[in-house]
Design a binder for this molecule. Structure first.
Ligand code: ADP
Length: 343
């Protein structure tokens, strides 16, 4: 049974504000490792917009947490040599909160809204006009005297990021000229990120050790950086001058991270689906309650990697553990597992 209060050492939300993480953030496209196709296209769009003296088309970034959406938004602003203004949709409570941001934008600024799937409808409506016509429709006066005035704002680039593209309304999606989908990182890219970060953190790491870290980081740069910092602690504690593969092996086992990069809570999720729900299907809400996490954490952090690694499947009736998932826990699928998968 899972202990609800237990906190995994690599949970992304715990390290969002880590100041050292700021130092590790790539600032330009050439420092941004991986996502090759996306970078090549963005590089074309950015240089074309710069050459014309236009603002870049609005940009929609989609992908699981920790893959570099915020980083990419900042990189785009730096490449455009523009200002960067950042907020999150839940922080925009009233239309005037958005108007405050929009009226202060300078020509060509990059305005980044994270978690854009949770915009309130009234704010989203305002954003449509801002994105399309660089204007704000504002109601002045009340009752019969009320009228709408159009306030002009400076041409800007909206960068919207989401982990849940499926719940973003189609009118909003259609107003983004460029869409980029982040995928989990290749091992070679993660290895390169480890070496780059180690250099910036001024810590030595052996080649095998970097490879091992890359393999255990769920395809996610934020996780690989966090693990690197923990391994630095273990190496320092053990009096090692550099992070060796032995340090990483011991460190990962102390953090209860297995060879697939799964944390204890990931394994707990698999175990609960198997033991309590006969391998599934089980709905996300029920599962979130059973593991003592919010549905957001389950859907944004744990599930994408469990699905990508082939350990669970998402079916219209709920989550199901695959035979690979059973095998990973050293268990055999129950007999009716096959029937649980939808066509
Ligand atoms: P998201 O906004 O998608 O949750 P972030 O942009 O906050 O993710 O990225 C998390 C951290 O991972 C960043 O602080 C940065 O240090 C690192 N990172 C992300 N993408 C890359 C990359 N492509 N190359 C190197 N480091 C990266």
């Amino acid at each position: 049974m899972s202990s609800k209060k237990e906190v995994s050492p690599v949970r992304p939300e715990l390290i969002k504000d880590d100041t050292q993480d700021m130092a590790l953030r790539p600032r330009y496209l050439k420092e941004f490792l991986g996502q090759k196709g996306m970078k090549e296209n963005l590089s074309v769009f950015i240089s074309a917009a710069k050459e014309r003296g236009d603002s870049l088309d609005h940009l929609f970034l989609i992908g699981p947490a920790g893959l570099g959406k915020t980083t990419m938004a900042q990189v785009v602003a730096n490449e455009l040599e523009s200002g960067f203004i950042q907020t999150t949709a839940p922080a925009l409570e009233k239309p005037k909160d958005l108007v405050g941001f929009l009226t202060n934008l300078k020509k060509g600024d990059v305005f980044f809204i994270d978690e854009i799937h949770s915009l309130k409808p009234a704010i989203e409506e305002l954003l449509y006009i801002a994105m399309e016509d660089y204007g704000i429709d504002w109601v002045v006066g009340q009752g019969p005297m009320a009228r709408t005035i159009r306030i002009a704002i400076k041409p800007f680039t909206l960068v919207g990021a989401t982990t849940k593209a499926g719940v973003v309304s189609s009118p909003l999606i259609s107003r983004f000229g460029i869409t980029c989908r982040f995928s989990f990182y290749e091992l070679t890219d993660l290895e390169a990120i480890v070496h780059r970060s180690a250099k910036l953190l001024n810590v030595k790491i052996e080649k095998d050790a970097a490879m091992l870290l890359a393999k255990s980081s769920r395809g996610t740069p934020r996780v690989v950086n966090q693990l690197l910092k923990r391994m630095r602690d273990f190496a320092q504690y053990a009096g090692e001058v550099s992070i060796t593969s032995q340090v990483v092996k011991t460190g990962l086992s102390r953090l209860e991270i297995d060879e697939l990069g799964l944390e204890k809570q990931d394994r707990e999720i698999l175990k609960i689906i198997i033991e309590r729900y006969k391998g599934g299907p089980v709905g996300a809400e029920t599962l979130a309650i059973s593991i003592g996490e919010s549905i957001e954490t389950l859907e944004d952090y744990y599930e994408p990697y469990l699905i990508q690694a082939g350990l669970i499947q998402r079916t219209p009736r709920g989550r199901v553990v695959t035979s690979f998932g059973y095998g990973h826990l050293g268990l055999k699928p129950n007999n009716n597992e096959g029937q649980l998968f939808d066509e």
